[in-house]
Design a protein around this ligand. Structure first.
Ligand code: UD1
Ligand code: UDP
Length: 358
């Protein structure tokens, strides 16, 4: 049994890390194929280092481009390696261009595809990730769903029950494995002079937010309102796509917002766990805040993680400035305790148990 783990971006490295570690622990025959969709140190190598992951055996060095450029180059590169290595199964995680390219290359070679985090739907096709998710799920032989809701979505789409496995989300494994280490090792609060529970954390990077001038402006205007009301510093570890678009659109950053380079996982977990509230358009951050019992305001009109809203950890604010302020007020004033719907932190073990019994 040979397993190929295909990954390419920050969230995939983080969410695959518990699976990679478990493969090492069980001495399984596996290799990592990195597309290098993400390549900047703070989106890539910092995570391999901090999470003590082995070097990928293959690195395609694809880098950035249009969707077709990224996906097309990946298909060509991945196919060559899969033909040479001939694994029994490939694993992909999430909804990026790397995930679609990995699943499609393998499916055409009749290599089994396992999709970690299957069944998520925003029902919003302006989001490139929605297209990647749907296609990847329908190409996959093993669909590892994080929740019962995501399992039901797949059943409704006609995917047969035998291919669907309810496993929880490996983000819980990653949080549980790293939170203590983050609290011990990360110096980020000291470094940027923050007091626990006395600041807000912001991440905005989605194409459908930051590549549209008006939406990005509205988000910043909402953030400005929050600072004027609460006078709490708002820390924004910025994704390179967002810094590029802020410069291009000449967006004015409101008072109170402190922009820092995007940070490694230990610093980010520490920043999240110690913040009073998080504003985000990230998928993984909606999940992590839910696990960490930190209130979350999502700067989007929809989410493929509705479980977070149902348990009460998250609210959809969209990008209207007044709505962003009201949603923040609501989340700051409500009770801070909810169930974590994403599993017990053993998803990676469950997924590997299933694969190794194929
Ligand atoms: C990608 C994923 C998105 C995921 C995000 C995680 C797709 C369609 N999108 O979005 O789902 O949430 O990763 O962070 O796969 N850039 C750098 N350095 C890098 C990578 C990117 O400077 O290492 C800049 C480049 O200007 C690039 C832009 O960011 O053009 C966008 O990069 P890309 O990988 O295409 O998409 P992300 O926005 O990172
Ligand atoms: N993250 C990080 N450093 C940062 C911002 C985010 O390590 O500066 C982590 C975060 O903890 C989460 C993941 O990156 O696990 C989320 O990735 P991202 O928001 O880029 O992608 P998405 O989840 O939206 O696909």
């Amino acid at each position: 049994m040979k397993i190929a783990i295909i990954l390419g971006t920050r969230p995939e490295i983080i969410k695959m890390s518990p699976i990679i570690k478990e493969c090492q622990h069980r001495k399984l025959d596996f290799f990592i194929l990195h597309t290098n969709q993400h390549y900047s140190t703070n989106l890539d190598s910092i995570f391999f280092k901090e999470l003590c992951l082995p070097h990928p055996q293959y690195n395609l060095q694809i880098g950035s481009g249009t969707h077709a450029e990224e996906t097309g180059k990946m298909l060509i590169g991945i196919e060559k390696i899969l033909k040479k290595e001939n694994p029994n199964i490939i694993l992909v995680e999430g909804d990026t261009n790397t995930v679609l390219a990995g699943a499609l290359s393998a499916a055409k070679l009749r290599i089994k595809v396992g999709h970690v985090e299957a069944g998520l739907r925003s029902y919003f096709r302006e989001m490139p990730e929605e297209i990647n998710r749907i296609l990847t799920d329908h190409l996959s032989d093993y669909l590892f769903t994080p929740t019962t809701q995501t399992k039901e979505i797949l059943l409704r789409e006609g995917i047969s029950q035998e291919r669907i496995f309810l496993t929880g989300n490996t983000i819980v494994d990653a949080v549980f494995q790293n939170l203590k280490i983050a609290e011990e090792k990360s110096q980020i609060l000291k470094k940027i002079k923050l007091k626990k529970n006395n600041y807000l954390l912001l991440t905005v990077h989605r194409q459908e937010n930051v590549d549209i001038r008006n939406r990005l402006n509205q988000i910043m205007s909402g953030i400005g309102k929050i600072y004027r009301k609460y006078n709490l510093p708002i820390i924004y570890p910025i994704h390179p796509r967002s810094s590029k678009m802020i410069k291009q659109f000449k967006i004015i950053i409101p008072d109170g917002v402190k922009i820092i380079n995007s940070v490694g996982y230990l610093d980010f977990l520490n920043l999240e766990a110690s913040s009073r509230l998080v504003l985000t358009d990230s998928g993984g951050v909606q999940e992590e805040t839910c696990v960490l019992q930190v209130p979350c305001v999502t700067l989007r009109d929809n989410t493929e993680r509705p479980e977070t809203i149902e348990v009460g950890s998250n609210i959809l604010a969209g990008v209207n400035p007044q709505k962003i302020l009201q949603s923040t007020e609501f989340m700051l004033n409500k009770k801070k305790h909810w169930e974590n719907p994403f599993g017990s932190g053993k998803s990676s073990l469950t997924i590997l148990n299933i694969i190794t019994h194929i």
